[in-house]
Design a protein around this ligand. Structure first.
Ligand SMILES: [Zn+2]
Length: 316
C-alpha cells in the first residue's frame, strides 16, 4: 500500500530520528526529494523534513493492488509475472554473479563475529540473492519483503521462509534470529528508529544486526550536492557511519564494526547501466553489443558511497 500524505501535511515527525533533536539547518531541496533536506544540529544526521509528497514510499505492505492475495504465499516462479516488478528480474539475473560476490563479502564479515549455523533474517530481502548465498554457507534463511514478485523469487530460489509484508510487532516471535541484515532499506523508512527497535527485539542476545545504506559522508556528495543520486523520491534518511552507529547504539546495540563495502558489478551493469546515464546514447548501445565474456566480467569498485555498520545485541 502506498502512503500519500495529505497536501501540506508532513507524513512523519519533524525531528531527528537518530538523536531526537528538533534543531536542524536547511541543506538544500533536491528536485526529486519528497521535501527539503536538513541536517541535525545535534548529531549531524541528514534527513528530509517535512516529508510532503511521498509516491514510491512503502510504509505498509504488502504492495498489492487487484492481484489475488493467495499469491502472497506463492512458491511458483510463474506467479512473478502477475506483478509489475517482473520486468526487473532479467536485469537482476544478469547481475547475479556480482550480487553473489557482494553477499559473500557481507557474510564473511558476519561470520567473523558469529559463524553459521543459525537463523538469519534479511529485512527487505528483495529477490533473495543474499539469502541464497546465506543458505549455501549454512544459515537457515528467512526474509521479509513487501513486494510480492521479489518475495516469490526469494522464497523459491533461496528456499527461504519469506513473509510478503512490512514488519509488524507480531510478524516473528521475539528473539527468533541470530542475525538480521538489511541492505539499502533504512534510507527509505519514515521511522528508522522504531523499525530498528522492532528488529532488535527479534534478535537473540549476542546476535548481530548488519545495516547497509547509502553513505552521505563521502566526497561525491560534496562534489555533486543536491544532484547526487542519493537524493531520489523515496530516500528520506541519509546516514554516515557515525549517525548509523548512533542510531544502533540508541536501540541498545553495541557497534562492532563499520566499513565502506566495495560494490561488485558486471561490466554489463557498469558500461550499459551506468553508461546509459553518463555516455552518449550511441556509445552506450555499442557497448551493449560487446561479447558476453566481456560483459559478464566482474569488476569491484569502491566509491565510498555505501556504508555498513554491524551491531551486537548484548548478552543479558
Ligand atoms: Zn540528530
Amino acid at each position: 500500500m502506498m502512503v500519500v500524505g495529505h497536501k501540506g501535511q508532513s507524513i512523519r515527525a519533524e525531528y531527528c530520528l537518530v538523536c531526537g533533536s528538533s534543531r536542524a539547518i536547511p541543506v538544500f531541496h533536491p528536485r526529486q526529494s519528497p521535501g527539503p533536506v536538513v541536517r541535525c544540529c545535534e548529531c549531524g544526521q541528514v534527513y528530509v523534513s517535512p516529508v510532503f509528497q511521498s509516491e514510491g514510499l512503502i510504509s505498509e505492505g504488502p504492495v498489492i493492488k487487484q492481484e489475488n492475495p493467495s499469491l502472497l504465499h506463492s512458491t511458483n516462479l510463474d506467479d512473478i509475472e502477475h506483478f509489475w516488478e517482473a520486468s526487473f528480474l532479467p536485469h537482476k539475473l544478469r547481475d547475479q554473479l556480482a550480487l553473489q560476490t557482494n553477499a559473500k563479502d557481507a557474510l564473511a564479515r558476519i561470520a567473523r563475529l558469529h559463524p553459521p549455523p543459525g537463523h538469519l533474517l534479511d529485512f527487505g530481502c528483495g529477490w533473495g540473492f543474499f539469502l541464497a548465498e546465506a543458505r549455501s554457507q549454512g544459515w537457515e534463511p528467512f526474509g521479509l519483503e513487501p513486494l510480492p514478485g521479489p518475495a516469490i523469487h526469494a522464497r523459491v530460489s533461496a528456499q527461504a521462509q519469506v513473509v510478503t509484508d512490512t514488519l509488524h510487532d507480531d510478524t516473528f516471535p521475539a528473539e527468533s534470529f541470530d542475525v538480521v541484515t538489511s541492505f539499502q532499506v533504512f534510507e527509505h523508512l519514515p521511522d528508522p528508529a522504531a523499525v530498528l527497535g522492532q528488529i532488535v527485539r527479534l534478535v537473540r542476545p549476542g546476535g548481530l544486526v548488519l545495516i547497509e545504506v547509502p553513505n552521505i559522508a563521502t566526497w561525491s556528495v560534496h562534489l555533486l550536492g543536491r544532484y547526487h543520486r542519493h537524493f531520489v523520491a523515496d530516500h528520506l534518511n541519509f546516514f554516515s557511519a557515525e549517525t548509523l552507529g548512533r542510531l544502533m547504539e540508541r536501540q541498545g546495540l553495541q557497534v562492532m564494526s563499520s566499513y565502506r563495502p566495495a560494490r561488485a558489478m558486471t561490466m554489463h551493469h557498469l558500461l550499459v547501466g551506468w553508461g546509459r546515464r553518463l555516455l552518449p546514447a550511441q556509445l552506450s548501445s555499442a557497448l551493449a553489443k560487446l561479447p558476453d565474456q566481456i560483459l559478464q566480467q566482474i569488476v569491484r569498485l569502491n566509491l565510498g558511497d555505501i556504508v555498513a555498520v554491524i551491531g551486537r545485541k548484548p548478552l543479558r
